[in-house]
Design a protein around this ligand. Sequence first.
Ligand code: NI
Length: 385
Amino acid sequence: MPQFSPDVQALETELIALRRDLHQHPELAFRESRTAGQAAAFLEGHGFRIRTGVGGTGVIADVSGAPGRTVLLRADMDGLPIQEANDTPYASQEKGRMHACGHDGHVAMAAVAGRVLASRRPAGTIRMLFQPAEEGEAGAQTMIAEGAMDGVDVALGVHLWNELPVGTLGVKAGPLMASVDRLRIVIHGRGGHGAKPHRSADPIVAAAYVVTALQTIVSREVAPVHAAVVTIASIHAGEAFNVIPDEVVLTGTIRTFDPALRRSMPERVTRLATGVAAGLQCRAEVEVRPGNPAVLNDADVAALARRAAIRVVGEAQVVEPEPTMGGEDMACYFEKAPGCFVFVGSSNAARGLDQPHHSPRFDFDEAALLIGAEFLVAAATEALA
Ligand code: NI
């Protein structure tokens, strides 16, 4: 059984109430003004210096004891453009918007942890950070651009995680989540009549070969013991059944854990796409737009997070999660200070609470919330010591 501090346990009712309130009113990226207001209101009057409107809708709240280190606790606030399919009493009241990733829980856990830490007032500074737009919209960068990481020594964050059962905490040193880069390839050919292909340079045939050739990056160029993904996720070309179009547009994503491997990918994609297209009398234009770096948990911070996790749920319930090729902008904070991102097990198959994140039926076992809050308190305390 998890071990809870009395001051954390005392806030359980408020914790669940806050999560359910946020769940009913999800807000999309950079529009999280109500959510931010609820988070700030929860900390108001507990000794925090609170800045709102940071990076749009973000909140930064600092509380300091005796001089010491500064530890950042980060929560993301945004919901998703999904129509909720659950009919719980706390289901989303906003049409087409849903907390389908657990960010409602992240805000609630962080708010509770912040209030507990403020009342204990350990030496050092606790910086609570509620960020907008984790879901692919660069919320972390906007917070960092406004000074969110200035003076921060250690950054900590958690994600409710339905891949792990409630009662567990997933702590892993090193790569946890992948870098996410966007890929766009335009293949220029020369359109013409579908019956006279010899008078065209067919970009559709070239695109088909390019898609096939790109599969050899992972299978033939990347060392088998390293992980990488090159996915082409959309192909757009043509209007009519008998007209060869002028061009094809492909989009996709490139994912890696290793920064050096990541840096090598644009050259590999460009070489294959332009080379294959040129051989077929077409011309490929390749654009790789960098997104989040990989989430790389610092070894020392992961070790202290693991100690904190063991104190909360016991050693047998602290697991090393499988890394995932999904991305997270928590990675951006780790470029400025060492940190650790921890998964809070939240699924309960027996209660049907085991749907994947981003599903319209996503929900989690709320017992995970108190565990997550206790863990944040324990890990922050450990990081300040
Ligand atoms: Ni998420």
